[in-house]
Design a protein around this ligand. Structure first.
Ligand code: SF4
Length: 288
């Protein structure tokens, strides 16, 4: 789902010292909570033992939601977007089998980096709604231990059961809108569900494919029609994932497509901002 490549777990050596400082404090929080009676219950144990498939994690991300965030790329996605940057997340079992407890522990090691600026945890993919029960259980334990802000980045391609399961545990949704026209994308049902929590629209700008005036006008209509839409992030199409298609012996369908120019991004952003005049929807992404 996420339109950037996973860069892996924390590597910046300057953060390592702070990381270990945070570990002792945060693990103290964890073990304090772990002494609670609830820990002894079978239900609690089962939540921590619940397994899902995880492609990779980043312990310190800052683009996928507010503040500093723990970012998890979950595997599994049937969308098969023609410009997918992460085709290695398509198959669920391509990810590493991981327990909820393992992820909670990773978050616990860094929790002091997330709290001060309203950060938290974001799950992307792949399509996180494929493993919606994993997200639900992960959030339940996150809330139990840390009370962190939770965010899901999705194309919206989930069943009603999936949405009904994840929304009560989710503070913010980043919705990557693949195309604004209904016939191109089953968005309408999801939009109704999303009106119960804030959501940010993620929109990939592909020259001639998604940046025509009529597309942008349709996009404005969708976002303005949802009172909980708070922000629109423009993501310029890029080719960073092409090598993965080659490694997987897949033919990349958009070989001749070029990223949009800076001028085109600025045009798109201006048209959208004009369209959102009088609302509180902000537009980002034309400064990259
Ligand atoms: S195929 Fe799935 S993971 Fe790839 S861009 Fe589309 S929604 Fe995202």
């Amino acid at each position: 789902m996420c339109d950037r490549k996973p860069v892996g777990d924390i590597e910046d050596i300057s953060l390592v010292r702070r990381f270990f400082d945070a570990v002792s404090h945060s693990m103290g929080n964890l073990s304090r909570d772990a002494s609670h009676d609830d820990l002894a219950s079978q239900a609690h144990h089962e939540l921590l033992e619940f397994k899902g498939y995880v492609h990779s994690v980043e312990s310190l991300a800052c683009l996928e939601g507010p503040g500093n965030r723990f970012l998890a790329f979950w595997s599994g996605c049937k969308a098969r977007c023609t410009y997918c940057s992460n085709p290695d997340t398509w198959e669920i079992t391509a990810g590493k089998e991981t327990k909820v407890g393992e992820l909670v522990e990773k978050v616990g090691r860094m929790v002091d980096f997330y709290r001060p600026n309203g950060g938290g945890v974001t799950v992307t993919g792949g399509e996180p709604l494929v493993q919606y029960k994993f997200w639900q259980r992960f959030c339940m334990r996150l809330n139990r231990y840390f009370g962190l802000h939770t965010c899901i980045e999705t194309t919206g391609q989930g069943t009603r059961r999936a949405w009904d399961t994840v929304l009560p545990h989710t503070d913010l949704a980043l919705v990557c809108l693949k195309h604004p026209k209904p016939e191109g994308y089953r968005f309408i049902t999801v939009k109704k569900d999303l009106d119960t929590i804030p959501w940010w629209c993620r929109y990939v700008v592909i020259p001639e494919w998604t940046d025509k005036d009529e597309d942008l006008d349709a996009l404005i209509e969708i976002c303005k029609g949802s009172p909980m839409c708070k922000r629109l992030d423009l993501l310029p199409y890029h080719t960073l994932g092409v090598n993965k298609w080659e490694e997987m012996n897949l033919e990349y369908p958009m070989k001749d497509m070029q990223p949009p120019t800076k001028e085109r991004m600025q045009y798109v952003a201006k048209r959208l901002r004009d369209g959102f005049a009088g609302t509180d929807i902000i537009v980002t992404g034309d400064d990259q």
